[in-house]
Design a protein around this ligand. Structure first.
Ligand code: HEC
Length: 148
């Protein structure tokens, strides 16, 4: 009798953890994590900030896309298009990068992964030192202005 109860409990625990695992993996596939795609498929060549590995770092690239496209959706779309099939004509960030590093190879990703990783790259830039003329020492420092 005890043994049967024991087995039942074990079966319940197994069923429960099975459910939890299933729940976890189904959310993971519903929303592709752009950072995970980056780590897996891009980080061999791209660092996020300088110095570069074997490709231009992501932050300056992201900044260039923000300069070129005012709409996030459009920027992400163009970036995904480049990643899927890079070409000299499409290069936006830095034509010299091709001379220095060669043209980026096409990265085989699903449509969801392309969208997620492009959105992630786009979101890396949030103004600051990679932008055009931002954060370049506008402060007056020292305070004291309001003291008499
Ligand atoms: C084998 C190395 C390599 C891998 C892997 C790689 N890249 Fe690149 N990537 C490059 C090089 C080299 C350049 C610069 C030359 C060029 O623009 O083609 C570049 C340029 C870019 C650009 C700038 C395009 C432009 O308009 O100027 C973006 C955006 C980019 N990569 C995103 C990615 C993303 C996202 C991934 C992963 C899904 C990735 N790259 C994987 C080598 C790589």
């Amino acid at each position: 009798m005890n043994k049967i109860n024991d087995m039942l409990t074990k079966a319940k625990v197994l069923a429960l953890s099975g459910l939890m695992l299933w729940g976890f993996s189904s959310t993971a596939s519903a929303a592709v994590d752009g950072k995970a795609v980056f780590d897996r498929s891009c980080s061999v060549c791209h660092s996020i900030t300088p110095p570069p590995k074997s490709a231009p770092p992501i932050l300056p690239i992201s900044a260039r896309y923000h300069q070129r496209y005012s709409s996030r959706a459009e920027g992400i779309k163009q970036m995904a298009d480049f990643i899927k099939a890079p070409s000299k004509e499409k290069v936006l960030a830095d034509q010299q990068a091709i001379t220095r590093f060669g043209l980026m190879p096409a990265i085989p990703l699903s449509a969801e992964e392309l969208a997620a990783v492009s959105a992630w790259v786009w979101d890396q830039y949030s103004g600051g030192q990679w932008g055009p003329g931002k954060g370049q020492g506008r402060g007056t420092g020292q305070g004291g202005c309001y003291q008499q």
